[in-house]
Design a protein around this ligand. Structure first.
Ligand SMILES: Cc1cc2nc3c(=O)[nH]c(=O)nc-3n(C[C@H](O)[C@H](O)[C@H](O)COP(=O)(O)OP(=O)(O)OC[C@H]3O[C@@H](n4cnc5c(N)ncnc54)[C@H](O)[C@@H]3O)c2cc1C
Length: 472
């Protein structure tokens, strides 16, 4: 089967990879000149990588690890010490660690919490542990049911101390979803906690050893093309053209730089675009369908990635850090964590600014100034008087992963749709890993399986270049 996929993020690439494994020929069409979507990166005028986002991989990412294993690139993950590190705003410049011992789960994570005396008192820890029992014992069904509550509401119902929220959950919520606990669905945080508690190395963090387009996307492209698939960049889907029965007749690809638009015909069609792009390109007749109407309940959340190059080393911490600052979420010194960015003498901090709603419209200068004010609290001995900024870049994503507010699980669509030859892929579609790289990879795999299972009618070969009629 020939399958046209619009969107070259991790979901589209994973879908193409698993389709080739199932013996099909994908043709992947990405609108931009770079693959990766939310993991895309570009080189600037100095040859430095600019990334859409700081990306951390977790031990609890089985589909990502399987994919990288199948591509023979697992050694590109640089695993860090099993620890979660938080800044302590009340003691500027100091860090608090949750060191996870190498013993079976969930005792490893529980021990790390019990051993940390910087952030929680004993009574807070015990109340927190008791509050988590229902999620551990009653499993995923309970976790899904909690989608009706925001995290803050759920914490109150469980009688968990407000201090646990300010110490841990604001940081976790911002890191996982780019929104605060009063907005985020309890399901999101409970899902992540469950994975971390159930798997021995679930909360172990790795960094890719370089920029995702080269180190992760390129091997997928090689794999797909070696098996007869095609991957094209600078090929934006302009319109989904329908047959009279509402099925897809062809994808119309916008011709760039004066070129003519191009018709792409296939046996099956996939949108691996973000939910926001899919809504914009939704054909009119589909808008009547309840299945497609549910997408109206989903939209991308704004987030900003900031990269700052310094004239000296600020830290030697080889790990992701939770800033616990109101402006920033997680950050890392990429000159320490990431092989391709190694620099023994000078730091390059990559920082995620979230929630970004109030900042997305502001100038780069204002964003950098505000970030530097926060950094002065994280590195009081070096900033602002000692370390000098060599260069700073801001990358805004006005609509990134779907905004995971309460009630959204009901709006997340399956990969198969009511249209016989049309499928969805993307981390926003229904899969158990939320809006993450793991979720994107899993969704792509599920889409490939849905196409194989649905027995999509194959076009008559002679019709491949003409009017596509479908045979049963
Ligand atoms: C700042 C930031 C930090 C993050 N940190 C982490 C992290 O630490 N760990 C983690 O697991 N996840 C993280 N994520 C989330 C993760 O990046 C995403 O969940 C995942 O990459 C989404 O992949 P996707 O393929 O579903 O969607 P996308 O990456 O959005 O891909 C959609 C693709 O469709 C293309 N497209 C759009 N319109 C068209 C069109 N008309 N025609 C053709 N193509 C089109 C887009 O250009 C894009 O390439 C982060 C995201 C951001 C933004």
């Amino acid at each position: 089967m020939r399958v046209a996929i619009a969107g070259g993020g991790l979901a589209g690439l994973s879908c193409a990879k698993y389709l080739t494994d199932l013996g099909h020929q994908p043709i992947l069409l990405e609108s931009r000149d770079v693959l990766g979507g939310l993991v895309a990166a570009w080189k600037d005028e100095d040859g430095d990588w600019l990334e859409t986002g700081l990306h951390a991989f977790f031990g609890a990412y089985p589909n990502m690890l399987q994919l990288m294993g199948e591509l023979g690139i697992l050694d590109r993950l640089q695993w860090k010490q099993h620890t979660l590190i938080f800044n302590q705003p009340e003691k500027p410049g100091t860090l608090s660690r949750f060191d996870v011992p190498d013993i079976p789960s969930p005792f490893n994570v529980i021990t790390s919490i019990l051993r940390n005396n910087d952030m929680l008192t004993w009574s807070q820890k015990i109340r927190f542990a008791i509050g988590l029992f229902p999620a551990i014992i009653r499993g995923q069904k309970y976790v899904e049911d909690m989608d009706k509550y925001s995290l803050i509401e759920w914490l109150r119902i469980q009688g968990i101390d407000e201090r646990v929220n300010t110490d841990i959950f604001i940081a976790a919520s911002k890191a996982l979803t780019f929104i605060n606990p009063d907005e985020v669905s309890a399901t999101i945080i409970l899902t992540a906690l469950n994975k971390f508690l159930q798997e021995r190395y679930g909360s172990k963090i790795a960094f890719l050893d370089g920029a995702p387009p080269e180190r992760l996307c390129a091997p997928i492209v090689d794999y797909v093309t070696e098996k007869g698939g095609q991957v094209r960049t600078s090929s934006p889907l302009k319109r989904i053209v329908l047959n009279e029965d509402g099925s897809v007749k062809h994808f119309l690809i916008r011709g760039l730089n004066g070129a003519e638009d191009e018709i792409i015909e296939a046996d099956a069609y996939v949108s691996a675009m973000s939910v926001d792009a899919m809504k914009l390109l939704m054909p009119e007749p589909w808008k009547e369908e309840p299945f497609f109407q549910q997408l109206e309940g989903l939209e991308g959340v704004p987030v900003i990635n900031v990269q700052i190059w310094f004239d000296r080393k600020l830290t030697d911490v080889d790990q992701l850090l939770f800033s616990r600052s109101p402006l920033l979420s997680v950050y890392a010194d990429m000159s320490v964590t990431t092989k391709e960015y190694y620099d023994p003498d000078r730091s390059m901090l990559e920082l995620v600014l979230a929630p970004a709603q109030d900042w997305i419209g502001k100038s780069d200068e204002a964003i950098i100034e505000a970030t530097m004010e926060e950094l002065a609290k994280l590195f009081p001995e070096q900033i602002p008087h000692v370390a000098k900024v060599r260069k700073a870049k801001v990358l805004k994503t006005p609509r990134s992963v779907y905004k995971a507010i309460p009630g959204r699980q009901a709006y997340r669509p399956s990969q198969a749709t009511p249209i016989s030859n049309f499928f969805l892929s993307g981390s926003y579609t229904m899969q158990e890993y939320l809006g993450s790289m793991e979720g994107a990879v899993l969704s792509g795999k599920l889409t490939a399986q849905a196409i194989a299972n649905k027995k999509v009618p194959v076009r008559k070969p002679s019709m491949a270049k003409g009017e596509p009629t479908f045979v049963g």
